[in-house]
Write a protein that binds this ligand. Structure first.
Ligand code: 4FV
Length: 257
């Protein structure tokens, strides 16, 4: 997987590429990543990459010429790569989109600054407009790192255990189950017994119910839009019946006695 980042602050990416799974993926040649300074493509003697907005108003806009030249140069070195503009105007980034991008083979990440980029760049040089959230950043660089991080860990070999990414939150549309590690007792709180039982079927069942309960309580919207396998339907129905029974008890005091 190849990443080229177009930015006026390429040095921001060095610490990102020098740590953790991303660093190991680069060392293992599982990904290749480089940051290119858009200013290198600015022709005027001040190497300006921004200018005042037509129509007046505050702030500056990124000039089209240096950006277009930088995108075209990157596309030449990465045939078939998709260009991505990080912008609040974009489709909301999520795990499904991360999987989509991981199959692209090459991404050119365009990081805007100031009020944004000249619209004529979006017209015919950008394949994807992606947002990481409904808030305004000072630049697209952090969003670029978020995309690279989420995509890199989906590249086979990046996470070490082959199937690690399959067990992710959202990989199957549920939040992940609770995780525990040593010590068995921490501040008087014990690890659930079943996890120490070595009974893998029981452990898988416990983890499924943990995922379902956490998703039900924290992100019920994910359950509403998700295909429910029978095993999950059975669990949710059982919980629903238990809740009904309790409510019943409270409806008719007689039953409670
Ligand atoms: C952003 C976001 C974001 C907007 C103007 C960069 C800034 C500045 N990018 N998701 N939210 N970008 O706020 O991706 O150019």
């Amino acid at each position: 997987m190849f990443f080229t980042v177009l930015t006026i602050f390429p040095e921001m990416f060095d610490p990102f590429w020098e740590h953790g799974i991303v660093r190991r993926a680069i060392e293992g040649k599982i990904i290749r990543a480089s940051a290119v300074n858009i200013r290198n493509f600015a022709e005027d003697r001040h190497q300006a990459t921004d200018d005042r907005p037509y129509g007046g108003g505050s702030g500056m806009v990124m000039k089209p010429e240096p950006l277009a030249a930088a995108i075209r140069e990157a596309s030449k070195t990465m045939p078939g790569a998709k260009t991505v503009l990080l912008t609040p105007q974009g489709r909301m980034f999520n795990q499904q989109m991360a999987r989509e991008l991981a199959s692209c083979g090459g991404l050119i990440l365009v990081c805007g600054r100031y009020e944004g980029v000249d619209e004529r760049i979006c017209d015919d040089l950008i394949d994807y407009e992606i947002s990481i959230g409904d808030y305004v950043l000072t630049g697209g660089e952090l969003a670029g790192m978020v995309i690279m991080d989420a995509v890199t860990r989906l590249i086979p070999g990046a996470l070490g255990g082959e199937d690690a990414a399959e067990k992710d939150s959202f990989s199957d549309g549920l939040l992940e189950h609770a995780h525990y590690t040593r010590p068995r007792i921490f501040e008087d709180r014990e690890v659930p017994e079943v996890l120490l039982s070595g009974h893998h079927q029981e452990i898988e069942r416990w983890r499924l119910e943990s995922s379902l309960m956490r998703t039900l309580l924290k992100r019920p919207d994910l359950l509403e839009k998700r295909e429910l396998p029978d095993q999950e339907t059975e669990v949710l129905r059982r919980w629903g019946n238990q809740i009904e029974k309790i409510l019943d008890c409270h409806r008719s005091p007689i039953k409670r006695s």
